[in-house]
Ligand binder design. Structure first.
Ligand SMILES: Cc1cc2nc3c(=O)[nH]c(=O)nc-3n(C[C@H](O)[C@H](O)[C@H](O)COP(=O)(O)OP(=O)(O)OC[C@H]3O[C@@H](n4cnc5c(N)ncnc54)[C@H](O)[C@@H]3O)c2cc1C
Length: 400
């Protein structure tokens, strides 16, 4: 993929921060299962927390593909930072470039402009960070039912009640971009609301502990919302628009994959350094053994296959993609999430016992990579589910 000048500069900036700072801190956040606050201070200072805020609102104006390339570069050095960066950036990408593609009435467009201006001001002027809690432990995050967290319209705004599991950035975010359903006699996915809830609002609390296998620095605890009032200006999209986005801009759910593309690259990078005897503490060269050469060759092939699909689908992302483009996005998500873990597995098998000691990053990469396939709404299983059905059936077709 040939990068534009701006894209190349942003990827280089992410790489420099990642190499010189994030990689050195990753082990501490992983061991402590603590949030990478120092990395966020660096991202903020470099202007990257405003990466996808439109330029006229003082941000970087980066598009979908540019975000994906930057995120993949961050993922090479700290998976937890890249994954949480995804949650934050989505609050600007979905409300920005993506929302600009959607149909809105003039009144909805005016309302959206007014609300998002305030949202972007917080990020650009105040350095605010957003989380993106939508998972609830039921079918909603898989896109199969309305969210059980509800918002009732009251004078001047909404009253929220609900519970979100796996709320990455819990306790660290300044705002939670909550997906919920507008309370009506019958709950409907069409009435999904996307509301920016201040972490300091009355009724917001964090519960549960956090001691997971991987992606430990994401600190994804449970978010509780009890009679939380937010004004109408908290709408990150006008009512009804999130449903349109999810239906017409499916690649919006691909934004988690770049993190794992970065981890796949990191597993390969580590293996090459290790076999060349360049990893500190393990100076023995092993590159002269034919079995190692074959193994690393297989890793390279797998990495290139994964990267090629990644680059193709991020370039294809747009509103109303063709059926083939949509299915290819599912295939890419599946390939990246499963491929990332497979490359880490091959890296451990190839490098050997000393390579998986906790003093080296490979075992963290392995644990972090395992989490990719679990991310809703496009888990590895659900991607296969969609592919199996949608390759064989056109919309509306049945066998009866
Ligand atoms: C490190 C990490 C960080 C995360 N951060 C966030 C975050 O910031 N925000 C957020 O909202 N979520 C986040 N998640 C949650 C994630 O997106 C999933 O919601 C979560 O992993 C699902 O766990 P579960 O046990 O509830 O899965 P379940 O819902 O029980 O699903 C288990 C599996 O069953 C399948 N499945 C689920 N529903 C259906 C269905 N209706 N039909 C067919 N198959 C189905 C899927 O393949 C799924 O993997 C995070 C998860 C991890 C691991």
């Amino acid at each position: 993929m040939t990068l534009g000048e701006k894209q190349a500069a942003l990827v280089a900036l992410a790489g420099k921060l990642g190499r010189e700072r994030f990689a050195l801190r990753a082990d501490t956040y992983d061991r402590e299962a603590s949030f990478p606050f120092e990395n966020y201070a660096d991202l903020r200072a470099a202007g990257l927390t405003a990466l996808c805020v439109p330029e006229r609102h003082g941000g970087g104006g980066a598009d979908f593909a540019t975000y994906c390339l930057v995120s993949a570069e961050l993922g090479r050095y700290c998976g937890s930072t890249a994954l949480t960066f995804n949650m934050h950036v989505c609050s600007t990408l979905w409300t920005g470039a993506l929302a600009d593609d959607l149909d809105m009435t003039p009144a909805e467009r005016e309302r959206h402009e007014r609300h998002r201006a305030e949202h972007y001001r917080r990020i650009v002027a105040e350095g605010a960070i957003y989380a993106q809690p939508f998972s609830e432990g039921g079918a909603a995050a898989a896109g199969k039912a309305p969210f059980g967290s509800v918002a009732r319209r009251v004078a001047g705004g909404y009253l929220l009640n609900g519970k979100k599991i796996f709320a990455s950035l819990s306790g660290a975010a300044d705002y939670y971009g909550v997906l919920c359903t507008e309370e009506k006699p019958v709950l409907s996915q069409r009435d999904t609301l996307y509301l920016g809830v201040p972490a300091a609002a009355e009724g917001v609390s964090i519960a549960g502990d956090w001691d997971p296998l991987g992606m430990r620095g994401t600190v994804s605890r449970t978010l509780l919302l009890r009679d939380v009032f937010v004004p109408e200006t908290a709408e990150l999209m006008p009512p009804g628009i999130y449903y349109q986005a999810a239906s017409r801009w499916p690649h919006m759910f691909l934004t988690l994959a770049p993190t794992y593309m970065g981890i796949a690259q990191a597993a390969y990078d580590f293996t090459v350094s290790y076999l060349r005897g360049e990893v500190p503490g393990v100076p023995t060269k092993r590159r002269m053994y034919p079995t190692k050469q074959i193994a690393v060759a297989e890793m390279f092939v797998r990495l290139q296959q994964t990267r090629a699909l990644f680059e193709r689908v991020i370039a294809e992302a747009r509103i109303d993609p063709s059926k083939e483009e949509r299915l290819r996005a599912y295939a890419a998500q599946y390939t990246i999430m499963e491929g990332s873990n497979e490359l880490c597995r091959l890296a451990i098998r190839t490098c050997g016992g000393q390579a998986m000691l906790r003093s080296l990053p490979l075992e963290r990469l392995y644990r972090d990579s395992r989490c990719g396939s679990l991310m809703l709404p496009w888990t590895a299983e659900l991607c296969l589910d969609r592919l199996g059905r949608e390759t064989l059936y056109e919309p509306g077709e049945t066998d009866g």
